[in-house]
Design a binder for this molecule. Sequence first.
Ligand code: 6PG
Length: 235
Amino acid sequence: MSHLEIVIAKDPEALASLALERLVAATGGRLRIALAGGTTPRRLYTRLAGDERIDWSRIEIFFGDERVVAKDDEASNFRMVREALLDHVPIPPENVHRIETERGSAGAARHYRELVSRAPLDLVLLGMGADGHTASLFPRTPGLAEARGVVVTESPVPPKGRVSIALDVINGAREAWLLVSGADKAERLAEVYAEWHGSPAPELPAAMVRPRRLVWLVDEDAAKRLPNPESRERS
Ligand code: 6PG
């Protein structure tokens, strides 16, 4: 059983602040967290970088997905996270586990599968694309629901080659947060909501995200097609 909480923030900045406060509250003990790529999660990382309340020695960072490019390529999720966050905080380098794309897609996936299978993640941060993808799990990918561990996928937009944690890793985590902002996501998010509640076999990857505890952190623009938004928690 997955429990879904929907929290609606006024705008992308308020969404980042809200996520930051929740994250700080979640970091009392050791935390194994998987980060997402994308502009919405990036805002949170920038905030995190300027926050002094976190004991970084107790945080272990993983990546939910990576583009198969060099680690300093502009499209690299690792590079984005490094520039927005890691370069600015005292995190021990051995606590950062990147997807090693220099091993090639299959090699990187095999290596990462071994890493993430050692213990369940405490928290998985996710973004959602306007097509309903999450991490690098894209709609209409054959075998997506059954895939295990870490998979090689193909994005409809460049860079095509991707390595992504699979749904069993996401759904085996203690908690996942789906961060969504922008009016261009509103329609798809309403579809994801309908599939999440109504379909035992959803087609949109974001609707397949069902860990024990799931929080959707969305801004008002992205939430505007959800049923009864006024009945939800707002900040
Ligand atoms: C990636 C992401 C991806 C992203 C969404 C949302 O590597 O592209 O992990 O799943 O989070 O596409 O991205 P935006 O927040 O930029 O819309």
